[in-house]
Every structure is written in C-alpha cells, then in structure tokens.
Design a protein around this ligand. Structure first.
Ligand SMILES: Nc1ncnc2c1ncn2[C@@H]1O[C@H](COP(=O)(O)OP(=O)(O)OP(=O)(O)O)[C@@H](O)[C@H]1O
Length: 272
C-alpha cells in the first residue's frame, strides 16, 4: 500500500474544542491506484492531501506511508519517505523571477544534494528533461521564460511539468485544473494519468470538476465535513450520491456527526 489511514483526525488549530478538518478517516490506496477526491469547498480535500504528504501530523489514528509510520520514524527516514512523493499544491509555489526551466527542474530537488541544487540554479542541470516535460503540455517555447510572465493556466501546467521530471512514486495533486479551459483541463489530466500509469505511480487528485472525475478516474472518494462519505468505483457513484455530497452546508467542518445525507445513501459506500 502507498497510503493507509485508520481513524485519522487532523486539526488545524491547537484548540481541542474546535472542529477537526479531518475526522476519523479511514482510507487505503494501493501502489499504482488512481483516485479522485471530490467534495464541497472546505470539505477537507487539501488537508487530506497534505496529511498524505506528511505536511500535517494526524492528531489521532494511524497513518502509514509506503508501509512505514512517518511520524514515529526518524526525521531522516521521514524525509526519505517524503522524497518518494510529489505534492502539487493548489497554488503552485513557483518563484516569480525564476526561469521556467529552473522552476521545472526543482521537481528533482528531493533527489539532489545541496550542491547539485545550487549548481542547477546557476546552470540548469538537465534542460532537455524540462523541455520534454513542458512539451507534453505544449509549453516548450516557455523554457527560458520568467515564471511571472506566465498566465495562470501556464503556471499550473508548469507545476505539472515539475511533477513529470520528479522521480516520485506517488503524485498528490490538488485541483490541477482550476485555471485551465475545458479542453486544456482534459489534456492536462490525460498527461498526468498517463504518466502515473507509465511509472506505476499512485495518483490522488482533488477535483472540483465532478463530471471529469467520474469520467476519468476508476475510484472516487467523496469527502464532506472532514469525513469520507463514499469511496466507490466510478460505476457505483450515482447522481444522488453526488447531489447529497454537495448539498449546501453552511459551516462544513462544524457540522456534527449527523450529516444531512439522505438515509438511503450509506455513510461509506465501498464497491469494487
Ligand atoms: N491553515 C489552516 N488553519 C485553520 N483552518 C484551516 C487551515 N486550512 C484549512 N483550514 C480549514 O480546514 C477545513 C478543510 O479545509 P481544506 O482546505 O482541506 O478544504 P478543501 O476541501 O480542500 O476546500 P477547497 O475545495 O475550497 O480547496 C476548512 O474548514 C478550512 O477552513
């Protein structure tokens, strides 16, 4: 398994009285699996991705990454586990004044020594790899452009090119399509999924485009108010489940254990 969570809760605030962003969450993702996380704004998708990336330490429950609990491992071991993942955040952390080639090659940072990293800032270590990765998103002509001269959609694809040059075994991708038009969104997702399949990498991707998630991902995990509401093969996901998932909630994480999901919808549906 790449990821295993059992009864995991995560709080953003130190106050124990505040609502947890993730609550009693159980999820297993096998190596090479591709799944989409969907759910309303504030449901906890980003928090879950960051927890999988060891950026948030669970307050309760058990978490194992590539078969090891990263939070009981030494710092060095945890760092080694993290280096096998690539987290592409919602807002790509691309230094504005950097050249695209340097920003893309930063995807290799976890594998580089400090000296290799510093040397690549001066003279890009592998511009061909950056070019090839950008070409998959039709951005090869931006190789030496400055990051702050890119459009929002180009920055997003530049961040995906960074993922391609990484040597990660698991991709955690947070809303990679939010700045893209519908045609580019389909193409970009196809590249991500092809790359994950080619290297047998695990892909966990949060998406607001529910139709695209249902069309492209074999497994769909619905998150709401910090809980998994369903975890199902896409064929088993019905329109009613989607409607219930997105039913209006005023303060999602503050909602009590009683969710207003219709009684006919099981709290967790797992059908493979
Ligand atoms: N740094 C933070 N400090 C405090 N609370 C936070 C922090 N980040 C997120 N939260 C809260 O945790 C909950 C889950 O947020 P999260 O960003 O995981 O949701 P999401 O499903 O990714 O939302 P969206 O689809 O809008 O990106 C929300 O109530 C949010 O307000």
């Amino acid at each position: 398994m790449t990821f295993e969570l059992h009864g995991v809760s995560v709080r953003h605030t130190v106050s124990t009285s505040g609502p947890a962003a993730l609550r009693d969450l159980t999820l297993s993702v096998a190596q090479g699996e591709q799944l989409a996380l969907i759910g309303p704004s504030g449901a906890g998708k980003t928090t879950l991705l960051h927890t999988l990336a060891c950026a948030h330490r669970p307050d309760d429950g058990r978490f194992s990454l590539f078969g090891t609990d990263p939070w009981t491992a030494s710092d060095t071991r945890r760092q080694a586990l993290r280096s096998r993942l690539f987290l592409a955040p919602q807002t790509p952390p691309l230094p504005p004044r950097q050249r695209v080639v340097t920003a893309v090659l930063a995807g290799r940072l976890p594998q580089w020594s400090l000296w290799q990293a510093l040397a690549s800032l001066v003279k890009p270590a592998d511009p061909e790899a950056a070019y090839m990765a950008l070409a998959r998103f039709n951005l090869q002509d931006k190789l030496y452009a400055r990051v702050d001269r890119l459009s929002g959609g180009e920055r997003q694809r530049c961040s995906m090119a960074r993922l391609l040059v990484s040597h990660a075994e698991a991709f955690l991708v947070d809303e990679p399509l939010s700045a893209l038009d519908p045609a580019l969104a389909i193409q970009t997702l196809a590249v991500l999924q092809e790359e994950a399949a080619a290297r047998k990498a695990t892909l966990v991707c949060s998406l607001h485009q529910v139709d695209l998630a249902r069309a492209q991902f074999p497994r769909i995990v619905g998150v709401r108010a910090g809980r998994i509401v369903f975890d199902a093969a896409r064929e088993a996901v019905t329109d009613d489940m989607i409607t219930a998932l997105y039913q209006h909630v005023q303060h999602a994480p503050a909602v009590d254990d009683t969710l207003d999901i219709p009684a006919t919808t099981p709290l967790i549906t797992r059908c493979f």
